[in-house]
Design a protein around this ligand. Structure first.
Ligand SMILES: Nc1nc2c(ncn2[C@@H]2O[C@H](COP(=O)(O)OP(=O)(O)O)[C@@H](O)[C@H]2O)c(=O)[nH]1
Ligand SMILES: Nc1ncnc2c1ncn2[C@@H]1O[C@H](COP(=O)(O)OP(=O)(O)O)[C@@H](O)[C@H]1O
Length: 182
């Protein structure tokens, strides 16, 4: 396996960040206009910024892609992806479907798109447990079916249901072995 960029894609609370952490590779820190959640750290979880600054960066050619998700803007810097492709050290990131497709189109041979699937009601419960407000939960659940369909663009799909975490961990373990020892 010669992939240098692993992109996790899936509905909100499907478990993208959980599987990304289990994979244990360096992470691309992307940019967002959304407010930090409790416990999130600027520069570690995201570069938190304003929509205006993100737009300026995009129009100055500093961003490889910028996409909208549930009323907030998200984007990946050109430099962060260039560093990975040139450096060759496997690195991971999480993205919504359009950004993931854009990166795959730009770097097809280096990018592995990993879809994360889950049942709708489990997803809703996880969002509730994460302490999201009811309105926020409904906003994030509104496109659940579409987001599940969009997983068809992925190279592989990991089912991360409540009863399947062990198997999901095993798949991530195999993936890690393959990425680090190829
Ligand atoms: N296109 C794109 N999507 C991103 C980027 N960074 C994060 N995302 C995606 O934006 C969506 C919302 O992320 P977030 O607000 O952290 O909520 P989450 O869905 O609970 O992880 C998720 O699908 C992320 O994978 C980025 O740089 N570009
Ligand atoms: N297989 C699983 N079974 C039960 N809970 C899970 C599982 N995977 C993730 N979670 C929990 O679901 C919540 C959302 O996971 P997270 O990785 O933050 O999702 P995402 O990054 O897709 O928004 C977290 O509280 C996480 O601990």
């Amino acid at each position: 396996m010669s992939f240098s960029l692993i992109v996790f894609q899936g509905p909100s609370a499907s478990g993208k960040s959980t599987l990304q952490s289990l994979l244990g590779l360096p992470k691309v820190v992307t940019w967002t206009s959304r407010a930090p959640r409790p416990g999130e750290v600027n520069g570690r979880d995201y570069h938190f910024t304003t929509r205006a600054q993100l737009g300026e960066m995009f129009h100055s050619g500093l961003m490889i892609e910028m996409n909208e998700y549930k009323g907030n803007a998200y984007g990946t810097s050109v430099q962060s992806i260039r560093d990975i492709i040139e450096g060759g050290t496997p690195t991971s990131t999480v993205m919504e479907a359009k950004g993931a497709a854009a990166i795959k189109t730009m770097f097809p041979a280096q990018t592995l798109l990993v879809g994360v699937s889950v049942e709708k009601e489990q997803c809703r419960r996880r969002l509730q447990e994460r302490g999201a407000a009811a309105e926020e939960i409904e906003r994030r659940m509104a496109d659940f079916e579409r987001e599940m369909k969009e997983l068809s663009q992925c190279d592989l799909i990991i089912r991360n249901s409540d009863d399947n975490l062990d198997k999901a961990c095993s798949i991530i373990g195999i993936l890690r072995q393959g990425l680090l020892h190829s």
